[in-house]
Design a protein around this ligand. Sequence first.
Ligand code: CP
Ligand code: NVA
Length: 302
Amino acid sequence: MKADLLSFQHHSAQQIRDLLALAADFKANPAKYSQALAGKSIVGLFEKPSLRTRVSFDVGIHKLGGHFVYLDCQDGQLSGRESLKDIGANLACWADGIIARVFKHDTLIELSQGAKVPVVNALCDLYHPCQALADYLTLTEAFPNKSQFKLAYVGDGNNVTHSLMIMGAILGCEVRVITPVGYEASDELIQLAQKLAADNGGKIVISTSMDDLKGVDAVYADTWISMGDNTKFSDIEQTFMPYQLSSAVMADAGAEFVLHCQPAHREQEITSELMDSKHSLLLQQAENRMHAQNAILIELMK
Ligand code: CP
Ligand code: NVA
């Protein structure tokens, strides 16, 4: 049976640790994997813009000896012509895998139902699993002597939040999610993460108070307005400004590192001085997207 990577919620801690080890090995010894996808083609279907995801998949697949086909669906030119199931079935006639960035998680499921090849979630409304794998790879590099971390996510409860909670819970980490009132993560996914944490020795803390940052190892920010959300910045500015990350906030928390999936909005969710400081892991995360994704592709296509 073919496997997809739509989220990590059904992975064990060992399976995630194996993927992290594979990503680290690819990073250290890329030549060893230069033929891993030889003769294979992967389609990347994008309903939303992307810099990091698109380029890291394209370059990463090239480094594995494979071929990437970018399918731009941002103007909706594919919608209405045929069902998602039929799109998936047709893509699988030529391609060995499908990467998709979509508005709705159900789109991934429907594509997968038609396609006899693996489907990888490159971001949807609920999850950003490739980002989370890269982020935990980055944390293992930043804290080589720790196998579990205390990570705080601050800002809008969104796709990135969910994937960080789920992976952190499975890895036995403490993940604190601090959002303004009314911008919490999905109740259903909080409960899932809490169950996974209980099973794996992790902890999920849900809060609206910046006081709960105290004592974490690292702090994570994302945009306050995700792609596809037409909220005006001026309408949320006052609500979110108390959640802005700065060097002062980091010092108060005692946190060593700051992470952000990017695109970042300087002087909104993160100050420029923090983003460009020695505490910033942002570019390491961006680089690790490619290594983490290549581990996922090697594993799915072997
Ligand atoms: N972090 C991330 O997914 O970036 P892009 O939206 O640029 O792909
Ligand atoms: N939460 C953001 C992540 C971007 C990588 C969004 O969905 O736009």
